[in-house]
Design a protein around this ligand. Sequence first.
Ligand SMILES: *[C@@H]1O[C@H](CO)[C@@H](O)[C@H](O)[C@H]1NC(C)=O
Ligand SMILES: *[C@@H]1O[C@H](CO)[C@@H](O)[C@H](O)[C@H]1NC(C)=O
Ligand SMILES: *[C@@H]1O[C@H](CO)[C@@H](O)[C@H](O)[C@H]1NC(C)=O
Ligand SMILES: *[C@@H]1O[C@H](CO)[C@@H](O)[C@H](O)[C@H]1NC(C)=O
Length: 489
Amino acid sequence: MDFHYLFTIFFFFMLGERLLLADGFACNWGTRATHPLPPRIVVKLMKDNGFNKVKLFEADPGALEALGKSGIQVMVGIPNDMLANLASSVRAAEEWVSQNVSYYLSRKGVDIRYVAVGNEPFLKTYNNRFTQTTFPALQNIQAALIKAGLGRDVKATVPLNADVYDSGSGVPSGGNFRSDIHNLMVNLVKFLHDNGAPLTINIYPFLSLDADPNFPVDFAFFDGHATPVVDGSITYTNVFDANYDTLVAALEKNGFASLPIIIGEVGWPSDGAPNANPQMARRFNQGLINRINQGRGTPKRPNLPDIYLFSLIDEDAKSIDPGNFERHWGIFYFDGTIKYPLDLGRGRNLTAAKGVKYLPRQWCVMAPDADLMNPNLPERISFACTYADCTSLGYGSSCGGLDARSNASYAFNMYYQTMNQQRGACEQFQNMSVITRIDPSYRGGTCRFVIMIDTGRHEKARTSSAGKMNLGSVLAYWGVMMMALIVVI
Ligand SMILES: *[C@@H]1O[C@H](CO)[C@@H](O)[C@H](O)[C@H]1NC(C)=O
Ligand SMILES: *[C@@H]1O[C@H](CO)[C@@H](O)[C@H](O)[C@H]1NC(C)=O
Ligand SMILES: *[C@@H]1O[C@H](CO)[C@@H](O)[C@H](O)[C@H]1NC(C)=O
Ligand SMILES: *[C@@H]1O[C@H](CO)[C@@H](O)[C@H](O)[C@H]1NC(C)=O
């Protein structure tokens, strides 16, 4: 045995360790934004930050094209409003799989691994709107995948909110499926088991804290500062572990102790509520990333599941029914800039998006001589905030402490930017506004007066490099225009 042999063993040992550590992160990529980043920039952003798995909420053509041959594994979603159709017809499911899975896999080199059928369809707030259609849709999609020859490579699953289970005893070992959907859950889980597919669950410690003023804050985080919850021989120091093990207990009780689990969404918003700020988001997401890097699971399941961080980037056109924080889940702002530092392990920090093109550096603000007592002012602010995202102005949010003048300026500017700084956009405020080249952000500290992404220049760059306007970019362009229109309406 010579020295080289030992060296080779040592080398492969090191390599194995590196590969283990470099396994990478998973994230959600939502596209409900008035000015979405170009997909190729988002894919580069993921790769630069070590994300090698992504979940999409729909089979977005632009996103899927950009993911082709990227080395990133994809879970592609089906929105809830498509479930009824897919449930009622095997043909519809086959069409869907053919156009949104087979096509991208074989023609575009997209590494699709999962189809997510619906999104939290059993959420209590939906009042059973999707309880009849979800399981048949899952069955039809799974059958269509098998028929397309993809049964082994692509698995169908259903991302469910953690409210599909609860604990009668208040501790994880008491976990069972929610009584009103117990049979449905057992059938669904059995089907996943029979097809070798995982159960996908979204867990939100932030929502636990946000919903309950008596929730012990430290228990939401991973750093072990909370008073432990004792469950028999196990102690829990954070709600993520406790919640996950409640699910594991529910699976055990119903005979599926070893069903694989995926965490479809978990994260913390940075704005839009008193507990949503960059400090708390950083504390939570850093703890989560450390856990992923350690590969340490929960007391009942020592192997950590795949965890899809929610979310990669902010989306300023998301519904705010659940709360203003809905538009602020990204670890990056809408334009791929960094909100707060995160240590990704092995000396790596977050890296911002590259090659983003912006509109000119100018803002629309309240004119210095405009009268705060102008009776039209409240109505004009409300007009601006109807068409643009003012969620940062709310109580406890990053711009919640502004004086009345800066408050109006913030609203005017958001409107102006969302309208692409169009001529006339800053004239909607009846002589109360002016355009300035001095960044108004400095006054507020935490409050940022943004400059919007120049979607037009991104399109031009794409089409001139492609030599011609192809169908994809025409569609993407119209997509952006339609989104702008939807926001205007
Ligand atoms: C997927 O395929 C169907 C055909 O069944 C099509 O109508 C649908 O719009 C496609 N795209 C998405 C995002 O689901
Ligand atoms: C990462 O960011 C932290 C905090 O901003 C900084 O102190 C550190 O030097 C950075 N590390 C690297 C490797 O860039
Ligand atoms: C700022 O604007 C928001 C949004 O219209 C409004 O709700 C709030 O009362 C305003 N605050 C101040 C201090 O004017
Ligand atoms: C704005 O100012 C111009 C010129 O001072 C005036 O003619 C116009 O009536 C004003 N518009 C409104 C809506 O106050």
